[in-house]
Design a protein around this ligand. Sequence first.
Ligand code: ADP
Length: 666
Amino acid sequence: MGKSNPTLYQMPVADIEFLDRLVDGYYAIDFNWNIVYINDKAAALAFSTKEKMQGRNMLKLYPTMMNMPFGKAVARVMKTRNPERIDINFDRVGRWYEDYIYPTVYGISIFSRDITEQRALTDNLKFLAEASKILSTSLDYKTTLRRVAKIAVPHIADWCSVDMLDEKNNLQLVAIAHKDTKKIRWARELRKHEPVDMSSPTGSPKVMRTGKSEFYPVITEELLRASITDQARLKRTLGLIKELGGLTSLIIVPIFLQNRPVGVMQFVNADTKRYFTENHLKMAEEVASRASLAIENATLYKSVEEELSFRKRLEDELLQTQRKYDALVESNIVGVIIADLHGNISQANDAFLRMIDYTRRDLEKGNLKWTELSPPESAEADRNAVKDLMEKGRATPFEKEFLRKDGSRIPVILGVVMINPQTTECIAFVLDITERKILEERKDEFIGIASHELKTPLTSIKGYVQILERIISQTSDERVKKYLKKTNTYIDRLNSLIADLLDVSKIQAGRLQFNISEFSGAELVEDGIDSIQYTGLKHKIVKKGRIACRIRGDRHRLEQVFTNLLNNAIKYSPAADKVVVYVKINKDLLTVGIQDFGVGIPATKQKDIFERFYRVEETSREFSGLGIGLYISSQIIARHGGKMWVKSKKGKGSTFFFTLPIKKKV
Ligand code: ADP
C-alpha cells in the first residue's frame, strides 16, 4: 500500500480482503476527503492504481470535483448523513456507473457499479419497442425506415443508416440519421458521387453477399491499417472516418425480402467511445428482421393494391369498350350482325333489319339465314370471306348484295371479324351502298352518253380531214401534208379514247357485244405485232415461240386486247428498245406473254391495275392515260373464258399474260 497516514482510519483486515475481491468499485473517504481505502476496480476507473490513490486527498486530486453533480452529492452525504445514489457517465471510457454514497463512522464510502450494459439493454429494449411500433404502423416503408433510423440516434448509436438495392443492384441510401444534420447532408452528397463498391470484400457489400450481419465491436486505426492493405483504399477509408467524426464500433445487418438480402441497416458509433456489444447486435438484427417484415407487408400490400387497380382499370376499359360497342350498335349508322360461319344470324341491330326489311320477330324466330339472304351472285364473295375468316380471323372488306324480304336487292359493303373461333361466331359491320351504286351508275351513264356524243362530231371531223387529204394530195406543199397527217393521228387517238370509254360503259351495263368467228391464233398475234411495229417506233417487238391453233371469239376485240398490252409495254418502257412476245400452247390453252423492260409495277399495286380507272400513282404523272385499258382487256379475256395476270418488278419491267381456250389444232 502507498504512503501510510497515521491519522487515517484503519479498516479491519477482514473487510479489506473482502473489498479487494469485489467486482464493483469501492472506496472510502474520511471527513477530510482523504481516501481511506480504494480497491483496484475503483482506482482503474480513475485511470490510476490503488497504490497511487490510497491516502491521497480527493479534493486535491480532483480540484474541480465540487462543481460536478458527483462532488456535490458526496458533500451532501457528508453533511446530511443520508445515503444517495447517482448515475455517472464516464465519457472517456464510454461507460455508465451507478454510485451509492453511504455515511460511515469515519466519513463516507462509495460503491460504484458499472451499469453500461444494463443501461444499453434498457435503451435497446426501448428502441426495439419504439421501432416495432413504427414498423407496424406506416405502409410506406421508406418513411418507416427513416423514422426507425431517427429514433436509434443518439441512444443506440451516433449514426444509423439504411441502404436498399435499386434496379441496377446498387445500394442506395434511403434513410440516414445523425445528431449533426450537416453530416447527413455530407453523407448524402458522398453517396451521390461515390456509389458503394459492391465488390468490396468487407462492409455492406459483404453483408449483401452473405446475408449475415457484420459486427466490428472495437475499431481502431491500427485495426484498420492491419485489415486494409491497399494503401489508396486505406487512405480513403481513414479520410471518410475523419469526416464521419470517428468510428469506434460498427454493426451492419441485412434486410431481407423473400429470403433475399435487399438492403442493409448500419449502426455506427463515432466519437463517443461507445462500443457495441452482442446485445446491440441482437437488437439490430431484431429491428432489421422487423423491417424486413414491414417491407414485405408493404410490397405485398402494394402488389395487392396494384393488382386491384389493374383489375379496376381493366374493368373500366371493358366497360368503355362495351359502351362504345353499344353506342355503335344502337346508333344504327351501320348494320351490325353477329353470325357464325354456318350462316346462323343470332343478333342484328335495327339498322341491319331495316336494310333487309325484316322484323326483330323474324330474327328471334331464327328465320334469318345468311345463305337465304344472299343471291347466288354473292356466293363467291361469301366463300372468299369465310376462307379469310378461318385463316386470318378477319375478312378484307368486300361488296355483296343482300336479298330483301320482297326479293329486291340491296348492295352493301361488309367488314367481318371472328370473335370466337370455337363457335365460329363473327361480328359483321354492314354499310348500305345503294347511294354510291346509284351515283356510280349515273357516272357510267354519263360516260356512255358523253362518249357517244363526242364520237359523232369526231367521226365527221375525221371524214372532212380525209376529204381534205385527198384534195391536197395534188399540191406539193409538204408542210400541209405533214400537218394533216398529224391531225389524223390525233383524231385516231381521240377516237380510240372515246371508244374505250364507250366500252367501259357498255361493260358496266352488260351490253358489250361480241362478233364471234373462228380464226388462227398465230395470225392474231402476228397481225397485232405488225400493226404496232409499222407505226415506226424505236422498240423492236421480238416474238418467241411458235403456235398453231384456232380460236373462237371476237377477233377484233381480242386484237384490241393484244395491241393494248403491246402499247402499254412500249409506253411504260421509254428507255428500252425492245418488247418480247411469248406464245405457247399448253393442253387446250393458248398463253400469250408480253414482256417489257420498263418502269415495272410495285407488288402491292399489281392486283389493282385491272380495276376500272385505276392508275399506279408513282407513274401516273409521267404517263398519260385513263386507267381503263387493262380493265377492258381483262373483261374481254374473261368473257372469252381466259385469264389475265401480271408479273412485274418495280424498275425492272413487267410481263402481262393472258390465256385463251383453243378450239383445235390445225
Ligand atoms: P393507262 O391508260 O393508265 O395506261 P391501263 O388500264 O392500261 O391504263 O393500265 C392501268 C395502270 O397499270 C397504268 O396506269 C399503269 O400504272 C399500269 N401499267 C399498265 N401496263 C403497264 C406496264 N407495261 N408497265 C408498267 N405499268 C403498267
